[in-house]
Design a protein around this ligand. Sequence first.
Ligand code: FAQ
Length: 332
Amino acid sequence: MYAQLVKSEGMKSPEEMSPEERAFQERVDRNEKIEPKEWMPDGYRKTLIRQIGQHAHSEIVGQLPEGNWITRAPTLERKAILLAKVQDEAGHGLYLYSAAETLGVTRDELTEKLLSGNMKYSSIFNYPTLTWADMGAVGWLVDGAAIMNQVPLQRTSYGPYSRAMIRICKEESFHQRQGYAIMMKMAKGTPEQKEMAQDALNRFWFPALMMFGPSDKDSVHSAQSMAWKIKMNTNDELRQKFVDETVPQAEYLGLTVPDETLSWNEEKGGYDFAEPDWSEFFEVIKGNGPCNEERLGARRDAWEKGAWFREGLTAYADKAAARRANALVAAE
Ligand code: FAQ
């Protein structure tokens, strides 16, 4: 499994590790959880901040494509469900920012890195949601891919991250079901509705496959992240699992996966399928996707317009801290 992974930059063999690093690796190998105040290698801390921070940003930016449809949901019931789902994503962002904060970075720092383009968020949220059927496709495919990646992360080595994942995964399962329920309604509806469902599947299939990250031979972090159990599976393993579980769901809907090469491979016990267009993926994560500017613009706007509120919230805390500091100086 590791053979196909490229060695991550700076990755050390047991012989190259310091005694502290070796003891840390042994704890990880024994499946012990690492907790915030405990010693950890700098690289472990940095990788976690990057991954948890990007994950948090994805949840927050990920509200935008679906938020776009709250005012246009076809029924009151669908509106209430979508509203609850989008609110859940905000909650996921908050748990994840809190988990990242235990590593010594503030939420403001993470947000500033996102807004300055120094931190990423999931490529998928740079695609537009053009019709109501896209709400089905996002729940079914995007939340479906997110769960596929996040269920194993419940066993990740960093305690706060693994615990945040437990609740997130429960909610994501509901999200996936609500998406599939929309797809069922559309796919079994009028010919026009079925066509909309097929069109949404056509547009979201390959971007959903990209969510798992580049193929293993191009994944620069996987080898080290898996050794540290920050990641539990390679990108290609999870992508394969997603395809194997999702193709029968598409068949049940009577829809066609937009991949002419798709075929069951008896020997490997899984589907052979076409790779996404990786040049498109790398363009999207460089900031050149269809909606990158719009998404970051919306986050920048919210950050700037919310400044007065953040100041209001911290004003008392700041004053109280200054009073305590003055009292300490006076006491000395
Ligand atoms: N998009 O070496 P690897 C959700 C970057 S949550 C953008 O393989 P790694 C819920 C990667 O950062 C979705 N960038 O990287 C929801 C790295 O660049 P860097 C988010 C990507 O970290 C549903 C470079 O490519 N989930 O959807 C992507 O080992 C509906 C090389 O890649 C998580 O974040 C991508 N797809 O593996 C919300 C889960 N893939 O940082 C609303 C946690 C790769 O060196 C509505 N994260 N890159 O500049 C992970 O499991 C991992 O970080 C991977 C990437 C698997 C995403």
